[in-house]
Design a protein around this ligand. Structure first.
Ligand code: SF4
Length: 374
């Protein structure tokens, strides 16, 4: 009853004009082989991935939308042009964040370069408090140490970090992980995001936590977030909002205060509303974890006025039911184009304008990397 009242009072629809974050899967190449990998990453690059110039055209579109670009993958560092792309994005300018895989490709000089280029934030994955637990999940020995070194370098170069943790097999270790991050990595950690596994990609092979386990995790997140020196939150766990509201009501917080806090905490479903995902071959989806419906392709769709609202089977579509998506894309020439004026001369420039409207999604106060995980 109270929850319904809270919901109906939201102003909502703040993202109907543009997504807050655009995630670009720059490549599906990665030197790790994580059990949960959404991208089903492979060692080599796909020849069909967006070219440097196509990427730059996408960045101009992101600038037009006023969104932040999150460079993800695969491992963005597997692209030899990644510095050029970041530099170009920053010159526009747009906010650019990056989620590199923690492999030998990520060196101190790399993080230093991120700082020089003005990278907004970096995502670092950690799935256990020890190398045994983390490396077993990542399927490559040594990645725990690389993640810890990445945190050290981010602190050295003053780059804010979002640590991402998949909670498929790490539930028994979250307290130890919290203590590790608190004692060794605050700063640079600004946010620790506990991802509830969405069984897509290789993650489809993993067991998801039970309802009881999830409820215990939500309770733990709620309690620890009161004392943590960084934000502790959930991703792909909209039911945490329900838990949070229940707790606040039980604690006697007035409804108007709950509503005000909820706005700051970005309640609601973000997939397709506040975020949009561009795959390595240019396909546009509501989110990386929600590869449905396909909204178009930044390369070749001339216009997609409206995504299907109730078509298609399955529960995945349900969260998008109130969503209307309009994506306008002008064809991208193979050359890729330096600016819109030059593009106009050559014809067929790419221009993306995404208009998303969905039920409840409220403005977030800070530039978190959000719902992309490695
Ligand atoms: S989850 Fe990320 S780090 Fe792991 S294999 Fe996939 S792309 Fe690489």
């Amino acid at each position: 009853m109270e929850l319904e009242t809270v919901g109906t009072d939201y102003p909502g629809f703040l993202y109907r004009r543009q997504p807050r974050n655009v995630y670009w899967e720059t490549t599906i190449s990665c030197d790790l082989a994580c059990q949960h990998c959404r991208a089903s990453a492979i060692p080599h690059r796909d020849p069909g991935e967006l070219t440097t110039e196509e990427g730059k055209a996408l960045m101009r579109s992101v600038q037009e939308l006023g969104s932040m670009l999150v460079l993800t993958g695969g491992d963005p560092l597997k692209r030899p042009d990644i510095s050029e792309l970041i530099e170009y994005g920053r010159s526009l300018p747009i906010h650019v964040s990056i989620t590199p895989s923690t492999t030998p490709l990520l060196q101190r000089e790399t993080v230093s370069r991120f700082r020089d280029l003005g990278v907004t934030a970096m995502g670092v994955s950690l799935d256990g408090p020890t190398s045994e637990i983390h490396d077993a999940f990542r399927n490559v020995a040594g990645t725990f140490e690389y993640s810890m070194r990445a945190l050290d370098w981010a602190r050295e170069f003053n780059i804010p970090v979002q640590v991402n943790t998949i909670t498929a097999k790490t539930l028994p270790h979250v307290q130890a992980m919290y203590e590790l991050l608190r004692d060794k990595a605050a700063p640079p950690v600004r946010r620790w995001s506990l991802f509830l596994l969405v069984p897509v990609g290789r993650g489809a092979e993993l067991d998801t936590p039970s309802a009881d386990e999830v409820e215990k995790l939500l309770a733990w997140v709620y309690s620890i977030s009161e004392e943590a020196p960084f934000r502790v939150g959930t991703t792909e766990a909209p039911h945490y909002r329900r838990y949070w509201i229940q707790q606040k009501l039980a604690e006697g917080m007035p409804l108007k205060d709950i509503q005000a806090r909820a706005r700051q905490m970005a309640f609601g479903i973000r997939d397709g509303n506040g975020v949009i995902f561009v795959s390595h071959v240019g396909e546009v989806y509501p989110a990386g974890f929600l590869p449905y419906p396909l909204l178009g392709n930044v390369r070749d769709l001339p216009r997609v006025r409206s995504a299907p609202r109730d078509s298609g089977p399955g529960q995945l579509h349900r969260p998008l039911r109130p969503m209307r998506v309009q994506v306008r894309l002008r064809r991208l020439t193979s050359a890729g184009l330096r600016d819109d004026r030059r593009s106009a001369r050559r014809g067929s420039p790419l221009r993306v304008s995404a208009r998303l409207s969905a039920g409840l999604l409220l403005r977030q106060p800070e530039r978190a990397i959000g719902n992309q995980v490695h």
